[in-house]
Design a protein around this ligand. Sequence first.
Ligand code: MRU
Length: 349
Amino acid sequence: MKYETIRLDGETLILLDQRKLPEKIEFFEAEDYQEVAFAISDMVVRGAPAIGATGAYGVYLAALEYDDLSENEFLNQMKEAIEYLNKARPTAVNLSWATKRMFNIIKKNSGQNRKALIRLLEQEANNIAREDVEINKTMAKHGNKIVPMSANILTHCNTGALATVDYGTALGVIREAHRNNKNIHVYADETRPRLQGARLTAFELVEENIPATLIADSVAATLIRDGRIDLILVGADRIAANGDTANKIGTYMLSELARVHSVPFYVVAPRSTVDYNLDHGDLIEIEERSSDEVKKIGSEVIAPDGIRVYNPAFDITPAENITGIITEYGIVKPPFVSGLRDIKDRRRS
Ligand code: MRU
């Protein structure tokens, strides 16, 4: 993408402000970990891999802030900062996965010269960001194999360069298929209530000249029933050990339509999105967001005061509705329990 989603500039984290897209290209500057946590919870930056990398930089900024504390105090403050960052959004496991990776560096190097530790933390955050792009490109290559020529692909939410450090997960596969001249066409769900499809996916599709049509979420059922969708590609925020997948609200509905109408339904996600500690999807915490997201479109109020709102940000797609999970280690097919276990400790070649 032309713009960088996440960039460290010295001791400032620069985030493309996704709340303003597509109307305005503006950048949000986070100077400390509290501002990083705010950026994640307010969705300046969003998408599971992107908030993972952002959280890692948040840990680095916290270390800069607590630089001159004694060993014990430093460790306690860093634990608190990590907990604070992890709470910014609870469903995407990539956030706690990344902050844990940062904490491991602290543990491994405890007692070391503080300046040296801080450099190591900066390096680790940069590694997480760099690896994310490599992983996305590898997933895209694996995923491209299952995209038929001239496919009509349905996607939900935004899983592109904006949801990652660059390239994207499900949208990365779409990008790859387009770059391989597969003559694809994309239907992008608008994705109420935050409209990530209309505001962000459409922005990326237009930027890359990928033939695409934006639809209201409720149009998807008709397209699928009419045989006008060959493939559904979505991302994931957390995948349980059995393959049950938490993703943007509305994904489960698409998976049921895919099952009923025999349309291949693939999840595209890095291994860092798999939570091996959770046996099944019912154990995944689903974030509930503000009622204003439903009662307003942008700043315009569309519902009366006094109406109750239910606004879960994610839902769970049961493993049995998923054709395959496209990872950087290849495409995991059912049964997912053994397939995901097989890639648990694998190294990327
Ligand atoms: O609430 P969001 O916009 O952070 O939700 C994003 C999604 O649900 C994505 O599909 C998921 O994070 C995978 S992004 C590569």
